[in-house]
Design a protein around this ligand. Structure first.
Ligand SMILES: [Zn+2]
Length: 281
């Protein structure tokens, strides 16, 4: 029998796609993916997987340019995240010069560089890839701790902990969330994460394409309700969930002209990816 990687409730397969099967946890509603050959949930988070090619050839195959070439876009997204954080933090933002921020799965360090530029006092990052750590150190003068998050042990609390498109890569959800809980300052520290969302048009109306494109290294899927319920189990209260803008080509024709569509989607965080701003209680 399989157990939910978040809450350890027994789970059984409820959906089958050509490449993988899905079990939905009856307790916390997380969707758990089993690709053939990965039933045991073991996953090699190794240096080999996150080599230079992961940020160059593989990234290029998916997005049409390398991660470094995508820099402007990633920096733009980072500035949007920091702006959202500013809104969430309200008056506390003024004291950011004294606040610490840590990016878990920091990649080439662009987000941390933007955080430094808006005035955060201390910035840290953990990153498994040698290639990414060298880039960040040599190009941005931001040293990262080179370590797999599976091995990483938080030894202090941070005012802001971020994780952008990282959590879904771990079969070990409970252990990662435990580390997040231990690393966010209590009370009042912030945890900001982005994730793919199954509460969006791609999953809702283009399920076949969604299943075909689903990355094999995404072990779980969340929707806004399930991630907030899960974070609550770890002492983190959802403050705000943002969804990505709707991609028109993923909407059925009858929906496209729906009055107020953009506003309604934003109100309910209906989109193919989401960004969660949660607070330690
Ligand atoms: Zn569960």
């Amino acid at each position: 029998m399989n157990l939910c990687p978040v809450c350890a409730a027994p789970i059984s397969i409820t959906m089958e796609y050509p490449r993988f099967t899905v079990a939905v946890c009856p307790k916390c509603a997380v969707h758990v993916n089993f690709f053939s050959g990965t039933e045991s949930f073991s996953h090699p988070q190794t240096q080999d997987l996150y080599n230079e090619a992961y940020f160059t050839d593989s990234y290029q195959a998916q997005y049409g340019r390398t991660y470094a070439q995508d820099q402007e876009n990633i920096r733009r997204l980072s500035r949007i995240r920091l702006e959202r954080l500013r809104h969430c933090m309200a008056g506390d933002w003024n004291g950011r010069g004294r606040l610490s921020i840590i990016d878990l799965g920091a990649a080439l360090g662009f987000f941390l560089d933007e955080a430094r530029q808006v005035g955060f006092g201390q910035w840290h990052g953990v990153e498994i890839s040698d290639f990414a750590c060298s880039y960040s150190r040599d190009q941005l003068s931001i040293p990262l701790q080179r370590e797999s998050l599976l091995d990483w042990r938080p030894n202090q609390e941070y005012d802001i902990v971020t994780m952008f498109y990282v959590l879904e890569h771990f079969a070990e959800q409970a252990s990662m969330l435990d580390k997040v809980r231990a690393s966010v300052r209590r009370p009042g520290g912030w945890f900001v994460l982005s994730l793919p969302s199954i509460f969006g048009p791609h999953y809702r109306w283009r399920r076949e394409e969604w299943a075909t494109l689903h990355p094999v290294d995404h072990f779980v899927d969340y929707h806004p309700g399930s991630i907030c319920a899960v974070l609550a189990l770890y002492g983190l209260k959802c403050h705000k969930v943002f969804s990505s803008p709707l991609r028109k080509e993923r909407l059925p024709v009858w929906v496209r002209g729906f009055p107020g569509l953009t506003k309604i989607a934003a109100r309910f965080a209906f989109g193919d990816t989401m960004e969660i701003y949660a607070r330690r209680i």
